[in-house]
Design a protein around this ligand. Sequence first.
Ligand SMILES: Cc1cc2nc3c(=O)[nH]c(=O)nc-3n(C[C@H](O)[C@H](O)[C@H](O)COP(=O)(O)OP(=O)(O)OC[C@H]3O[C@@H](n4cnc5c(N)ncnc54)[C@H](O)[C@@H]3O)c2cc1C
Length: 550
Amino acid sequence: MTVRASFDTHDIFNQSPPFENVDLFASDRALRDAVAANGAGAEAAALSAFGKRWGTAAMFEAARVANENTPKLKTFDTKGFRRDEVEFHPAYHAFMRESFRDGLHASTWRADGKRAEAPSEVARAARYYMVAQVENGHMCPITMTRACVGALGVEPALLEKLIGKIVSRTYDQSFRPWWEKDGITLGMGMTEKQGGTDVRANTTTATPTADGYTITGHKWFMSAPMCDAFLVLAQAPGGLTCFLMPRFRPDGSVNGLRFQRLKDKLGNRSNASSEVEFADAFAWRVGEEGRGVRTIIEMVQLTRVDCVISSAGMMRMALAQALHHTRHRTVFQKKLADQPMMRTLIADMALEVEGATALMMRLCRSFDLAGGSASEAARARLLTPAVKYWICKTAPGFIYEAMECLGGNGYVEETMLSRLYREAPVNAIWEGSGNVMCLDVLRALSREGEVARAALADLVKSCAGLPGAKEAASFIGETLMSADGEARARAAVERLAMLAAAAALAEGVPSAAEAFARTRLATARGGTFGTADLAAPDVATLLDRALPAA
Ligand SMILES: Cc1cc2nc3c(=O)[nH]c(=O)nc-3n(C[C@H](O)[C@H](O)[C@H](O)COP(=O)(O)OP(=O)(O)OC[C@H]3O[C@@H](n4cnc5c(N)ncnc54)[C@H](O)[C@@H]3O)c2cc1C
């Protein structure tokens, strides 16, 4: 396309070129280092091909279109019969097809439903991180599909029936019974009107029948409503229980899911989130009656990791956009990227992304190794809520700061930063909001105190010689173990995540570890980015690593 730079009234100059047609892997040193440090270096060429495809202008444009054309609920047909279908824009389906083809919904599972070998978590996370830089809405069913397998593991016969359809690389958008489809997606419904955190307050009931259960009640949030089946919680005679509710009953008739309306959301707009009633809906029990929370938590841990990957990915894209723009934009006869204060600001942001990326990948490495290593399993258990807390909470403010680097252009819809900004808070809110994550860290310490303390000691060992690490560990231990630990937990959990980030950097990117520990553990950075005390050589290294200069 020819761009006309000369108008009758003025010429256009000093605007940055679009940031597109980039290799999202090759241009991201922090990602490349984290992938290599966590055992997936052999995937580099494949990841680069993936990064090139997802970094095209066509992908960015499709993401805009998918989010501007939001899904529509079709409750009834012309004659008044119930349809309970949601129509998505073709761009959304195209993203689903892409992510399915690369196995983002299932590559961490083998065809028998067991965990795939390492480094499947790390390799998938690298791809997810790049997808999150482009389009997040469609990743909701992708995330839930892969995570549900974790919970279905307690019902081997049911899992065996479904797993072939789950691990299929073919996205099938048709509204048909799951057994007729080439590939299926899974969602979940826990949150009710009276409670999302406190799911034990669920009022939806489950009555045993000859071939399963009949579920009656509602869910206040149930995302990706065109999934082929949903893990739901309901009160059975033996207490709160997990179920799998398919869209079609075993006899082929449409199941009793009655969608009431779709949420009008701040972000995540390419994806639908429904309010739904269950009218005598058929479901299979998953796990024992009364063990619903215990069963579904296997899924929740995995969705929490995806929240982390998604938020880190969005931070990365915001950083790249900010750096790219400031390298092209001149103010007061000098490129913004050469102005001392802007350099400190973006370097400080780049350091945050270095920490977030290394930490996110190290966490995925723990999931890769947890099956054969008690210490990695303990690390995953303790750190998942802490990392979700820190990274998902950092992302919205971070993206706002990146937006400001683009000035007024950052605030308008044509740049993707406004979309990322609206998208970011959901990762902190759902699947355990901030306070709930801190309570979960406290729970890990009280229930599995010895292994959790050993995991903390491991982090300190990795941070040997880094400024502030020992003091941070003492603060975390003393605060969380103190009598008023719950009241003070946020400060300690934030520090725990930062200590873990310093440890991950020390293991994988030693050059950034010292600056990270010095500015985030040894001294308190100010409340905004750009307030860290960074020396000029550190600034230069961080900016260079963040994005190669064109
Ligand atoms: C876009 C979107 C999609 C969603 N999709 C789904 C879905 O597919 N399936 C599903 O089941 N749910 C879904 N949810 C719901 C989401 O998981 C819940 O909103 C979330 O779990 C919080 O529950 P709640 O809204 O009832 O808030 P509440 O439980 O009322 O919590 C409100 C606040 O209180 C805090 N809090 C809770 N307990 C404590 C405590 N003991 N001490 C201190 N603070 C506390 C929480 O951290 C939170 O900040 C979705 C939400 C959104 C926004």
